[in-house]
Structures are given as C-alpha cells and as structure tokens.
Design a protein. Structure first.
Length: 153
C-alpha cells in the first residue's frame, strides 16, 4: 500500500512538473519571435512567468526576475530588474554609445536597475539616482551617485 501511494505521489508530481514545462513552452510559442530572440540574448535560461499583450503592447515577466514592455514593432520600451541589476551586455548593446560611455565614466554600468525609452529619451534608474539621456541633444541630466575609490584624507 505504501509503495502504491508513493508511486501515485511521484506520478502526480511528474504530471505537475510536465504541465508547468509545457505551459512555459506554450508561452514561448505565443510570443512574437523578435521578443523571444531578445529574451534569449539578454536573459538566457530564465523561464517566463507571465506574458500578455493588448493593442500593440507586449508585457513579459520573467520568473523571479525582470519585467519587460515591448511596443508594436517589438522593440523594448522598458526593462525593470525588479530590484536586480540589468545585464551589462544589454546596456552595452541597447543604450546609445555616448550614454553607455558616460555610465562607464561614473562607474555605474553594474548598478543599473531599470531602463525606459521613448522616441525622445532613455531613462536609467540607479540604486540612488536616475539619469536621462536626450536622444536629440545628447544631453545627460539627473542625479547619479558617483562611486569614489581610494579617497584619502
């Protein structure tokens, strides 16, 4: 009797596990290819928690990780690390070079928690500050906390 009960429990656990996997696979299949390619490039090996879309906006939440919004052309509009730092390869590839170089100059590339963009600006949220890059002018405004190394008296 104990063996039968144990086998049933294992059987139901396997069904639940395969159901979750197929559900995640189904979500991947529903998403537009440019979005799945983006996620695989910058957030590999992470499962999708939720996916939704309305009109021409797509929402993706990775399991235990980032939340993303994509527009009608499947380009990202916002990436929120939800308290976790964003991958540096994403910042390097997706931010305007002058903005990325500025982040490097203030030693902030490994402290970006979210990024939003529209047709005029890129907005970056740091641990204790935020920066805005104006696409047209190249101006950077905001209040970053600049790391200072080896400050001696």
């Amino acid at each position: 009797m104990k063996h039968t009960l144990r086998h049933l429990l294992i059987f139901f656990a396997m069904i639940a596990m395969f159901g979750a996997c197929s559900s995640n696979s189904q979500i991947w299949d529903e998403m537009p290819a440019p979005i799945t390619k983006f996620i695989n490039r910058y957030f590999p090996n992470l499962a999708i928690d939720t996916y939704d879309h309305n009109d021409n906006t797509y929402y993706v939440k990775l399991r235990g990780s980032d939340a993303m919004t994509f527009g009608r052309d499947f380009a990202w509009e916002s990436i929120d690390g939800l308290g976790e730092k964003l991958p540096q390869i994403f910042l390097f590839d997706q931010l305007p070079p002058a903005f990325y170089e500025y982040l490097q100059s203030i030693e902030a590339t490994d402290g970006v928690y979210s990024v939003m963009r529209d047709s005029r600006t890129y907005n970056v949220m740091l641990l204790n500050g935020s920066l805005t890059y104006n696409i047209e002018t190249g101006n950077i405004t905001g209040s970053p906390v600049i790391a200072r190394a080896n400050i001696s008296r």
